[in-house]
Each structure stands twice: as C-alpha cells, then as structure tokens.
Design a protein around this ligand. Structure first.
Ligand SMILES: *Cc1c(COP(=O)(O)O)cnc(C)c1O
Length: 354
C-alpha cells in the first residue's frame, strides 16, 4: 500500500477503520476461530481483522505488504523454510541468537549449507552471494552493531539470483526501509520497537512482490504460527507512538554513547550513529561487566530490547553467543526516560567496578 505521507502520520493513522458514522477509531479485538462462509477469511488461521489492521500499518511504513506471525522467530523460520534442499544461505556471523541457532540447526540436519560473513565487509558478502539461494542480513547486527551496505549487496544478490532478507528489528522502518534499498523480504520481531512496551511477542514479514506474499501467506496458513488477536492489537497500539519513542530513545542513545566513550571503565563503545542500541565493552572483562549490569537501579538487567524502559545485559552470559563477541560486551537498549537519570544510574553502576 503506497502512502506518501510522513511516516509519523502513517504510524498514527494506517490500519484504522473508515471515517464513517459510528465506526470506532480503533480496530477492535476480534475473537473468532471461524467466519461466516463465502468471504476471504473463512477460518481463524487464515486471517483476522485485528491482524489485518496491524499488517496494513506495518506494510504502509515499510512500503510493502505485511503478514503477522506469532513471534519474530516464527517469521524467521517461515522464510528459512522457503530455502530449497541443500541450497546455500549467506548469513551474518553476528546476528540475533535465535536466527543463528535456527541456521545451525538446519545445517546440522543437512537441510541447507551456510556461509557466515562479516556483513560490514561488502566485498566478502558480494563474493559469498554468487552461489547462494538466500542472503540473510541484519543491519545493525546484534549485538556487535555492524552495518551492511544493503543496496550494494542487494544488487549483487539479484545478479546472482539470490533473494535478500533484512531483519529490520533494530532499525525499524522509520530509520531504514530495506525494500526501497532492493531487499526482497523484511522480517521483524514486533516484540521489540514496533510493539515497544515489553508486554507482547509478535513477528512479521513484509514483501513488495504479491506472488511472494501469496507463497508466504500459504506457509503461514499451513504451518499455523499465527498471532494472537490481543497481541496484534497491542502491537498496533504500540506502533501509534513508534515515531516518538524512536526519536527520543535515539537521542538518549547518542548522548549516552558520547558520555560512555569518555568513561575510564569502558574500553570501547559501539554505536552506529542511529537507533537506540548501544554496545559497550567493559575494559576489565566479564566480572567487571557483571558488576556493572548488577549495579544499576533504574536500568533493568534483562534480555530483549526496544521497550520504553532501558535494559542492559552482558551478552556472553548466554552459552550460544559467538566467541567473537568480547566477554565484557554489554548491550544497552536505551529507553525513553530522562537522559540525565539514565546517565546518573549508569555512572554509579560503573563506579562499583574496583
Ligand atoms: C528478538 C529478535 C528476534 C526474535 O523475535 P521474537 O519475537 O523474540 O521471536 C529476531 N531478530 C531480532 C533482531 C531480534 O531482536
């Protein structure tokens, strides 16, 4: 659905009922396992008006057509399921843990082969595309925050006959629109910024090509990783303030990245210059990083990201995290609180490191 208004306006208005007498302003939560026969929906696994409202809004923001899924990883597995038997997937060496684990699982079972790349090394990614069926990108990557040149990679992939997927969870469609840059498929964990309040699990796929949309919808119908109606409603409600949340969180993140870079306990700050995720490497390593993550009062020690509240965690506390991620790396998901309160809490927690 092409919408030429500003993304801020689209986020507020897309996916609403028509402006007609007695229509509600918000699409209601439709609880229905089945629908009266003869229409497009028929059954609750094939469609739901509340999902559809969410899908319209996300599709309008990304410049394509969206399908909602029960979680981000359900969307990821639906896309990976399209890869033909024994075909090659190019993927980031650093990426969302669940995606990395799915790729490894598919490879271990002989379903696909994978080639892991540094997405910031464009020449290496372009070379890897040549015999690939699918190129999976995250940009920025989790949690190293490397940036891929999506446009150049998408052009090379197209020439090589490979499809390009971009997990746009970190950037959101407000900061990056992969379909406009030549990607074929966008996936989202709507659990994060789109819903934005750490209270819902939801995923989505967005594509521009109607044929591909039909194929993916067919997979969703068949596999059944469909969202709950309340979850879709909550995510849509969250998306109404996406532009405000992203703007504020990004401004906070840029300021905190600047201050953290000057702190003696911090060896390295990784901030790509946009978005609201900042990764820092605590100079003294894992134990010092644990003191830091356990020493905050306002920041919540928790995994996940993209909520209104600021959270942080040391990534290597997870067994599956690649060993190329430093032991002392702490990922901060910067929220929308007052930046001085956020800084004061980080500074006092860093001061607990001897
Ligand atoms: C969280 C996340 C996912 C997985 O989404 P779920 O909703 O947790 O299943 C995928 N990709 C990225 C980048 C994420 O942050």
């Amino acid at each position: 659905m092409a919408d030429h208004r500003s993304p801020a306006t689209v986020a507020v208005h897309a996916g609403r009922p028509p402006h007609e007498a007695d229509e509600p302003l918000n699409t209601p939560i439709t609880m229905a396992s089945t629908f009266v026969a003869g229409g497009d929906r028929e059954y609750g696994r094939y469609g739901n008006p509340t999902w559809q409202a969410f899908e319209e809004a996300l599709g309008a923001l990304e410049g394509g057509s969206a399908l909602a899924f029960s979680s981000g990883l359900a969307a990821v597995s639906t896309v990976l399921d399209l890869v033909g038997q024994g075909m090659k997937v190019v993927a980031p060496r650093h990426a969302y843990n669940g995606t990395v684990l799915q790729l490894a699982d598919l490879e271990a079972r002989g379903r696909i082969t994978t080639e892991l790349v540094d997405v910031a090394d464009t020449d290496a990614v372009v070379a890897a595309c040549q015999d690939a069926a699918l190129v999976w990108l995250e940009s920025p990557t989790n949690p190293a925050l490397e940036i891929a040149d999506i446009e150049t990679i998408a052009t090379a992939a197209r020439d090589a006959g490979a499809h390009v997927v971009v997990d746009n969870t970190f950037a959101t469609p407000l900061l990056q629109k992969p379909l406009e840059l030549g990607a074929d498929i966008v996936v989202h964990s709507a659990t994060k910024y789109l819903a934005g309040h750490s209270d819902v699990l939801l995923g989505a796929i967005v594509v521009a090509d109607p044929e591909l949309l039909g194929v993916l919808k067919g997979r969703r119908d068949l596999i059944g990783a469909v969202p709950g109606t309340f979850e879709a409603w909550l995510a849509l409600r969250g998306m109404r303030t996406l532009h405000l949340r992203v703007e504020r969180a990004q401004a906070n993140a840029a300021e905190l990245a600047r201050r953290l870079a000057e702190h003696p306990a911090i060896g390295e700050v990784r901030y790509p210059g946009f978005g609201a995720i900042v990764s820092v490497v605590v100079a003294q390593g894992a134990l010092a990083a644990d003191l830091f993550t356990h020493g905050t009062a306002l920041w919540v020690h928790a995994t996940s990201l993209g909520g209104v509240e600021s959270t942080l965690e040391r990534r290597r506390r997870w067994k599956g995290e690649p060993t190329t991620i430093p032991e002392g790396l702490v990922r901060l998901s910067v929220g929308i609180e007052d930046v001085e309160d956020l800084w004061a809490d980080l500074a006092q927690a860093l001061d607990t490191i001897p």
